[in-house]
Design a protein around this ligand. Structure first.
Ligand SMILES: CC/C=C/CC(=O)SCCNC(=O)CCNC(=O)[C@H](O)C(C)(C)COP(=O)(O)OP(=O)(O)OC[C@H]1O[C@@H](n2cnc3c(N)ncnc32)[C@H](O)[C@@H]1OP(=O)(O)O
Length: 718
């Protein structure tokens, strides 16, 4: 709702009230309309201020209302009512003015912002466009290039930038409401002719055609199939080709096509999913709201390779004192230099003070003795990690949380090396660790709820989205990657090339296809893991070369590694590169010849595999594993899996995540295709539909928010 008051006798103040962000729900819109009418009808009132309760102007339309039938007054006429008013209306922007919130402010005659406020039109991130006049008013106010940039990226601008761009008229370090009231008094009675943005002339410039062409090219390149950015450009284009009223019609038309699209649903689902993962729970009933994190002031990182360096940077930037340990003096010095450079660049980019003095470097593990939390980030080698955990258990003060940055090793095995297994959790960072937003926080069967809560909180402090997952081989992300990769290898055996498989996945929206990603991460990483698992059998021939434990196996990755083809770092992998470390993947005739020779050796006849089969086999195998993970209680809900895949594995956000995508395709359809492929390839376990997807499909495929009801509670040891 909206609360009305009168200040200093002549200023009507309308306060939006809808915690936590004063979103424009039906009740708030109704409140604004009612109180505007009241302010306009009171003769004593000479001007009006619109502000938000609790220091937040407005977070935009209420996204939770999007699914339901729209009630209450629509936004567009409400904003027109404000703009058409004969008394000056001033927006007092504190906290945020986003989406419909900024559109509301653009309908006001003046805008005063607090210096810490953030303003933007983030609708594109929800699969929409600013549909309450934003695409018509903003370009008229600040010009086409700046408006296009803000609308197509959805980024938030600072108050200082908004002032520079001309979005706001004044910025204050004090109360924006007080400043707005003062301002409103000073403009009472003045002409408003030049203050109604909708009456401004259409933006004009000789290079507009070029600007739009460039913008369209850029959004098509970066959108990876998302339709909203492209539609945003079309809507802004209407502001230069059409008069305001016609431009608004065009905006409404384009908005309607987006509003009901699967992409908008996916992005809005993802918005809430990303927030839902912080409300974690475990099969034992441990929960975010009943588990208290321990205070952490001092953290330590052991091992300063690529991951350890990134983690140290993240911790220091979060304001913690960090002890960074590398036992070899030469490597320690190298790491120190690299970390300093990373911190410097990051401070410059983010405009924050340098955090270099937060880190103390040391050659001895003893230096971590008084840390509250230790993150081990040495090589992915169980024996080495075990030794370190044994050492840590003896060195660290009682109560220190011991974390491992493993990407898939058994947390329980590491915990069993210590005297306090309840204090051991996994913190699986993604490279580069100071940039990537995702953190898988892995609880073992003996980890305490308090330890889990502390690691989750630590991730949040570091600016990560932390997702709590159970302990199993590969946790959630890498476990699902296995059947996906496996299918990609099988497709090569059956006649596809890496380029064809990658193209299908990139057209789906992945930033990179599976083979390009493998080349980037290094083929030797998976090879080492397979070797440790006893899967690599050099020189094996005949049928047995392609079977492990009764299931189909492809040794293609192993054979490439045996040739020293480790991907980008060696200049050769699934593709060729102009030099070791080169980044541009080019098809490699050698690889094509190698595949032909391999197929001939194993009696495999290459066939033409269509786009649909490649996509379905890769994605449905991955999704099937996701259902198995839910069934096993490794992830608490589909949102956890989807957030992990979008933030950690390049799954296109506008497709919501693998589990949401399965729901969108239809669980019965996914099940039917899995059954079909499993019938064709009965020796591929990853294609055998898991019982949860069967159960859901048999129950008329309930919506994703109801899936948890169908998951049998696994027995927990936590
Ligand atoms: C005619 C239709 C027109 C549509 C135009 C639009 O306006 S579309 C909406 C445009 N607005 C946005 O995209 C803003 C979305 N919100 C945010 O970016 C952030 O929430 C924030 C406002 C910057 C605040 O961030 P902060 O980190 O402080 O808090 P949270 O993100 O955790 O949010 C707190 C809770 O508030 C819920 N919420 C936020 N915005 C909205 C919204 N617009 N509608 C409904 N609910 C919103 C958010 O979900 C959090 O609640 P949870 O229960 O934790 O999920």
């Amino acid at each position: 709702m909206a609360f009305y008051s009168r200040v200093s006798g002549s200023v009507g103040v309308i306060t939006l009230q809808n915690p936590p962000v004063n979103a424009l729900s039906a009740a708030v819109r109704q409140g604004i309309v009612d109180t505007m009418h009241r302010a306009l009808s009171e003769p004593e009132v000479k001007s009006v201020v619109i502000c938000g309760q609790n220091g937040k102007f407005c977070g935009g339309a209420d996204i939770r209302e999007f699914g339901a039938n729209m009630r209450g007054p629509p936004l567009v006429p409400m904003i027109h009512l404000i703009e058409a008013a004969e008394k000056p209306v001033v927006a007092a922007i504190e906290g945020v003015a986003l989406g419909g919130g900024l559109e509301l402010a653009l309908g006001c005659h003046y805008r005063i912002a607090h210096s810490k406020a953030r303003l933007g039109l983030p609708e594109v991130t929800l699969g929409l466009l600013p549909g309450a006049g934003g695409t018509q008013r903003l370009p008229r106010l600040i010009g086409v290039p700046a408006a296009l940039e803000l609308i197509t990226t959805g980024r938030h601008a600072t108050a200082a930038e908004a002032l520079q761009l001309g979005i706001v008229d004044e910025v204050t370090d004090h109360s924006a409401v007080d400043a707005a009231v003062k301002f409103a008094q000073s403009v009472a009675g003045k002409s408003l002719d030049a203050r109604r943005i909708s009456t401004y002339p259409r933006p004009r410039s000789p290079d507009l055609a070029e600007i739009f062409e460039k913008a369209m090219k850029e959004v098509r390149r970066s959108a990876r199939g998302a339709i909203a950015p492209v539609t945003c450009v079309q809507a802004v284009h209407a502001s230069v080709t059409l008069p305001y009223a016609k431009g608004m019609e065009r905006e409404r038309e384009l908005f309607s096509t987006l509003f009901t699209s699967g992409q908008a649903h996916a992005l809005q689902y993802y918005f809430f999913a990303q927030r839902a993962v912080s409300r974690w729970s475990t099969p034992s009933g441990a929960r975010w709201d009943t588990s208290k994190p321990r205070p952490v002031h001092k953290a330590a990182v052991i091992g300063l390779g690529t991951m350890g360096r990134g983690i140290s940077v993240s911790l220091a930037q979060a304001g913690l004192s960090v002890v960074a340990v590398e036992t070899q003096e030469k490597q320690l010095l190298e790491a120190k230099q690299a970390v300093s450079g990373m911190l410097e660049r990051s401070a410059k980019r983010r405009g924050v003070p340098l955090a270099d003095d937060k880190i103390k470097y040391n050659c001895s593990v003893q230096a971590v003795a008084d840390a509250d939390l230790v993150i081990e980030a040495v090589f992915e080698d169980m024996a080495l990690k075990k030794t370190i955990f044994q050492q840590l258990s003896g060195i660290c003060k009682p109560g220190t949380l011991l974390c491992t940055n493993t990407s898939g090793l058994d947390i329980d095995e590491l915990a069993s090396q210590t005297q306090s297994p309840e204090l051991v959790v996994g913190m699986h960072f993604f490279a580069p660790a100071h940039v990537m937003k995702l953190l898988e926080v892995v609880y073992g069967p003996r980890s305490s709820p308090e330890a889990l809560a502390t690691a989750m909180e630590m991730g949040k402090k570091m600016g990560k989205v932390s997702v709590a997952v159970g302990n199993c081989r590969g946790f959630v992300g890498n476990r699902m990657l296995k059947p996906y990769l496996e299918q990609a290898f099988f497709l090569l055996e059956e006649g596809a090339t890496p380029e064809q498989v990658d193209q299908v996945l990139e057209e789906f929206g992945f930033a990179m296809g599976v083979f390009k990603v493998s080349d980037l991460s290094g083929l030797d990483v998976g090879w080492k893991v397979r070797k440790a698992d006893g899967l690599v059998v050099p020189g094996s021939t005949g049928k047995s070369a392609r079977i492990r434990g009764g299931s189909r196996y492809s040794p293609l990755g192993d054979l490439l590694c045996e040739q020293g083809r480790f991907g980008q770092k060696t200049g050769r992998g699934w593709y060729q590169y102009d030099k070791p470390g080169g980044r541009v993947a080019k098809p490699d005739p050698w690889l094509h010849g190698f595949l032909e020779e391999y197929r001939a050796r194993h009696g495999l006849v290459a066939r033409r595999i269509d786009h649909q089969e490649m996509l379905e086999r890769c994605l449905y195998a991955l999704i099937n594993e996701g259902f198995q993970i839910l069934q096993d209680g490794i992830a608490a809900g589909p949102e956890d899996i989807d957030v992990i895949y979008v933030l950690g594995y390049g799954w296109p956000r506008h497709r919501g995540g693998p589990m949401f995508y399965a729901g969108l395709v239809g669980l019965d359809k996914v099940l039917e295709r899995l059954e079909h492929y499993h019938q064709v390839y009965p020796d591929v376990l990853g294609l055998k539909p898991c019982s949860l997807i069967r159960k859901l499909a048999a129950s008329s495929s309930p919506p994703i928010h109801r899936w948890r009801e169908f998951i049998q509670k696994p027995r927990s040891q936590l």
